[in-house]
Design a protein around this ligand. Structure first.
Ligand SMILES: [Mn+2]
Length: 363
């Protein structure tokens, strides 16, 4: 009996809650929502499901809608030679992108809220059990997403969120269909032009297609010009001379990580521009181009890399170049810090690539 008395006593002490009028009205029509000063429509960085920079989600594999730029996740990480985990990269980068937006103090632009129709297509549905099938799925996903039309009748551009670096091969294959050969500006600590026979090919034919050989294969398939360039290289090669000779043959010049100490950000931007000339450009950023201090969450860390600021400054320095696509790859969020060090940087890099793509369409 005492128990019930206490129960009713505590009920009578319960705090009265007066709900604001908005919740008292039913059903809630759009007219009701516009009548109230309380806004639950516009949203915040924490509302809705997580897309890249809160962009609208579009099922790009099954739509007739048009868009100028599409973000596409490529959750594939079974082409790696060290730590796996980049299949969670697209989700991680989206989480790191929640606060993106607003007017850049460097460019004065808010690219997320300007003329372009930008969507997040979600991730390509890739099997985790068969690399050959998964990469064919990714080829097809790129083909479909890039074959839609922009609102003005052009070819939409894709920014891929990796995934390990093997995923860039599918992007370059679809790029070739629309734009022909492109120069690749490849930010990475590794050259990634290894001959499949040197890196992985001894095991089986399909093992030769991996995150260290995809640029060799892109060259073999005639997808890239011989005016491409690596930026940020510092990892050792496997053969004393053969790898670098092969790298040159694949169309690449090398800017090492330590070159920045000698020629600075401006010097690196100049070298990239000189190398690429007027050719169309694809930008691929392996997040391991950053020092492990700035991007610990990656598969193949190499000390002695760029700071986030240096990389972002180099990227912004490329404004005006004809950038037709790009990616941020090798983000493995499970190795990140609680402060989301890597995914925040990766999201900002993707935002910079978006800025370059949009800048190139304006010119
Ligand atoms: Mn790489």
């Amino acid at each position: 009996m005492l128990k019930y008395a206490l129960f009713f006593f505590s009920l009578s002490l319960a705090r009265e809650i007066t709900f604001p009028p908005i919740l008292a009205q039913s059903p809630l029509s759009p007219a009701v929502l516009s009548d109230t000063p309380i806004d639950i429509v516009t949203g915040s960085q924490f509302s809705g499901l997580t897309t890249f920079a809160r962009l609208p989600y579009l099922n790009c594999f099954n739509t007739n809608e048009s868009y100028d730029v599409a973000f596409l996740g490529a959750p594939f990480d079974t082409g790696v030679t060290a730590r796996p985990g980049a299949r969670y990269g697209p989700t991680g980068i989206r989480l790191g992108s929640r606060r993106l937006g607003g007017y850049s103090v460097y460019t004065g632009e808010d690219v997320l809220d300007s003329w372009a129709q930008i969507v997040d297509c979600g991730d390509a549905p890739l099997t985790v059990l068969d690399n050959t099938i998964a990469l064919k799925q990714l080829d097809l996903a790129h083909k479909v997403v890039s074959s839609r039309s922009t609102p003005s009748g052009g070819v939409p551009r894709i920014i891929t969120l990796g995934g390990d670096h093997t995923t860039t091969l599918s992007a370059l294959r679809s790029t070739y269909q629309h734009w022909g050969e492109v120069s690749v500006i490849h930010f990475d600590s590794h050259i990634d032009t290894w001959d499949p026979n040197v890196l992985g090919g001894g095991v089986s034919h399909y093992a030769g297609i991996n995150h260290g050989t995809f640029l060799h294969i892109a060259h073999e398939e005639g997808l890239i010009t011989n005016s491409s360039i690596h930026v940020g290289i510092r990892a050792p090669v496997l053969r004393p001379k053969g790898d670098l000779r092969n790298d040159l043959r694949c169309g690449f010049e090398i800017v090492t990580a330590r070159d920045i100490d000698r020629i600075g950000v401006t010097g690196i931007v100049d070298r990239i521009k000189q190398r690429v000339g007027d050719s169309k450009v694809y930008i691929s950023v392996d997040i391991d181009v950053l020092d492990p201090a700035y991007a610990p969450a990656t598969g193949t860390s190499e000390p002695g890399g760029y700071t986030s600021r240096e990389l972002l400054s180099i990227l912004d320095g490329l404004h005006g170049m004809p950038v037709i696509g790009g990616d941020v790859v090798e983000v493995s969020p499970i190795y990140d810090t609680a402060g989301e060090t890597t995914t925040l940087a990766a999201a900002q890099v993707a935002h910079s690539i978006l800025t370059l793509i949009m800048g190139s369409q304006e010119t």
